[in-house]
Design a protein around this ligand. Structure first.
Ligand code: DGL
Length: 258
């Protein structure tokens, strides 16, 4: 699995809960992040290089793209290049949000790259019943989470939620907020502070984990807990500290030169 950085740990957390006996290899492409404000070629090239590396060195049986931006821009290319490899992507959870929303006014926070992609356009067009979607490109938020810059995270969450309008459970208010970037669940506390207690925050981690279980060609019959290997193309301490803080995983992170 891979992400542009530490955001995909929100998916790894759900995967470990769903598939405790499987072994995971996590690549944080921090040396080439963020993806959200980069062009398509950059994201496609990085996604292709990481996938080739995981296949060659780790003999993976499935790939989870733990990044909405990479999924939006590169999943079609990867599926074409590796037709036999199950590839599970992450996309903003609009359909679950629609099923939950009572006001039918739904906020979507994601990167500029995800919201501007053709794949996101197709997803929006497939929604029935014409809900009101308030989409907000959150430049800089993934980067602030990557840096664990708490005051910037709070300030950006305040700025972007204010720009989206009124949150709440009354008619005309946004009652459901889709976290369309895997970094954003790690800003949930800051977001909650601004949107209030009644608003539902939608994190796709568990749905992605269930989908991964369905797509695995075979599951481990080992009774032991699976392993996690952590690799980073950037500062290894960032991934180490985030994995320790959020997943309770205290283990070395290897530098990946790719
Ligand atoms: N975590 C990534 C996503 O889900 C993107 C963060 C970035 O901009 O690199 O979209």
């Amino acid at each position: 699995m891979f992400d542009s950085g530490i955001g995909g740990l929100s998916i790894l957390k759900a995967l470990r809960a769903e598939l405790p006996h499987e072994d995971f290899v996590y690549v944080a492409d921090s040396g080439h992040a963020p993806y959200g404000e980069r062009d398509d070629a950059h994201v496609i090239n990085r996604s292709s290089a990481i996938t080739a590396h995981l296949l060659a060195q780790y003999n993976i049986q499935a790939l989870v793209m733990a990044c909405n931006t990479a999924t939006a821009k590169a999943i079609a290319t990867l599926r074409q290049a590796h037709p036999l490899l199950p590839i599970i992507g992450v996309e903003p959870a609009l359909k679950p949000a629609l099923a939950m929303s009572k006001t039918r006014r739904i906020g979507v926070m994601a990167t500029r790259g995800t919201l501007g992609s053709a794949k996101f356009g197709t997803l929006v067009a497939s929604l029935a019943g014409q809900p009101a979607l308030v989409c907000e490109p959150c430049d800089g938020l993934a980067d602030a989470i990557e840096r664990q810059d708490d005051s910037k995270i709070i300030a950006l969450c305040a700025y972007y939620t204010r720009a989206m309008g009124q949150f709440g459970i009354n008619i005309g208010e946004i009652d459901t907020l889709v976290l369309g970037c895997t970094h954003y669940p790690f800003a949930s506390d800051a977001l909650r502070q601004w949107v209030g207690p009644g608003v539902q925050l939608i994190d796709p981690g568990e749905a992605v984990a269930r989908q991964t279980r369905r797509q695995l060609p075979e599951q481990s019959c080992d009774d032991n807990l699976g392993t996690c290997q952590l690799l980073s193309t950037g500062a290894t301490s960032v991934l180490h500290d985030a994995a320790q803080r959020w997943l309770g995983l205290d283990q070395p992170v290897n530098l990946l030169l790719l």
